[in-house]
Write a protein that binds this ligand. Structure first.
Ligand SMILES: Nc1ncnc2c1ncn2[C@@H]1O[C@H](COP(=O)(O)OP(=O)(O)OP(=O)(O)O)[C@@H](O)[C@H]1O
Ligand SMILES: [Mg+2]
Length: 303
């Protein structure tokens, strides 16, 4: 299994060209307070073309708040948010989209009973003919969706099938291809692999790499350091709303990243809490070192 993982890593991660110049998207000391709840504070983040920036963090760490600022759903209440070096403040997701920032949410805004091709063009349908007899250009939409999916290496048997019949991984891939087709420069993915098994996660990671190779800057939100490390160029770890780690791939190993995610302090706190619950033998729980070791060689069937 460990060998498998490293083979996949090799296949997914290729050398990307160095990028210089202004980042497409940048946060400088950005933060967000909801009333007097401070969800995010002092966050620095850069997104470059053809690079994957991974944002990791536990539940409630502020990951969704971070992407809501970038995708135009919420506004930052401190610091700066820049697109192409220019300070911005979006009031709607449409404004972010107009600047090329596309977000694929985990619940995927698709209509399950509509065919794949129809979902591909949802909200941006192709039409033909002059007003008032303007109608949907069904043939062109089917042909384009088919071509675009193939261009990304996504092969589906039948684009007429309702999108709801595709697997979660396949739907994520369609959403990625759609963002690429509609000209996204920055693609934000909120935990795209969270509900997927090992194989399907691999497929989604492959298309994250494909989007990166098409020149997009990708923000990949995940809980999973293994998934992050397979495609990431830069890793940012959020904890309780602040960025506790920000490192390029060359400066951090998978083991170190995993340790940050399953830190010894948290593990001790968890043990302490579990000790209060009857029926859990805390002495039987793994030590931090054991966790790190099992991470290096994950057992079969676990992602
Ligand atoms: N609309 C809101 N109003 C008040 N507090 C909020 C709001 N949205 C988020 N929060 C708080 O901000 C903090 C960060 O939440 P956020 O959803 O960004 O975390 P997350 O890292 O995405 O977590 P998860 O992994 O569970 O999705 C949490 O403490 C949350 O309760
Ligand atoms: Mg979230």
């Amino acid at each position: 299994m460990a060998t498998n993982e490293s083979q996949t890593a090799g296949a997914v991660l290729q050398d990307t060209p160095p990028t210089d110049g202004a980042p497409t998207v940048e946060l400088r000391g950005a933060g967000k307070a909801y009333g007097n709840i401070r969800a995010l504070h002092g966050v620095d983040l850069q997104v470059h073309p053809s690079k994957v920036t991974c944002v990791l963090g536990d539940n409630g760490a502020g990951k969704s708040t971070l992407i809501k600022i970038i995708s135009g759903l919420h506004q930052h209440t401190e610091g700066e948010f820049l697109v192409d070096g220019e300070p911005v403040r979006f009031s709607t997701p449409r404004e972010a989209l107009d600047r090329g920032i596309a977000t694929v949410y985990q619940d995927l805004a698709t209509v399950p009973l509509m065919p794949v091709w129809r979902n591909f063009f949802l909200g941006s349908e192709m039409t033909k003919g002059p007003w008032p007899i303007r109608r949907l250009d069904i043939e062109k939409m089917k042909k384009t969706a088919d071509e675009e999916l193939r261009n990304m290496g996504i092969v589906l048997d039948d684009l007429e099938q309702p999108i709801g019949t595709l697997s979660g991984g396949q739907r994520q891939c369609v959403a990625i291809a759609r963002a690429v087709y509609f000209g996204a420069r920055v693609l934000i993915l909120d935990e795209p692999t969270a509900a997927l098994g090992v194989k399907q996660s691999g497929v989604v990671l492959k298309y994250i790499a494909a989007a990166r190779d098409r020149g997009l800057g990708v923000i990949f939100i995940t809980h999973n350091p293994h998934h992050a490390y397979m495609v990431g160029d830069h890793f940012s770890v959020l904890r309780l709303g602040t960025m506790e780690l920000s490192a390029p791939r060359s400066e951090i190993s998978l083991e170190e990243l995993t340790n940050h995610m399953a830190g010894g302090a948290e593990l001790a706190a968890l043990k302490h809490e579990l000790a209060q619950v009857s029926g859990v033998d805390v002495e039987e729980l793994p030590e931090k070192e054991d966790l790190t070791a099992s991470v290096a060689a994950p057992s079969e069937g676990k992602s």
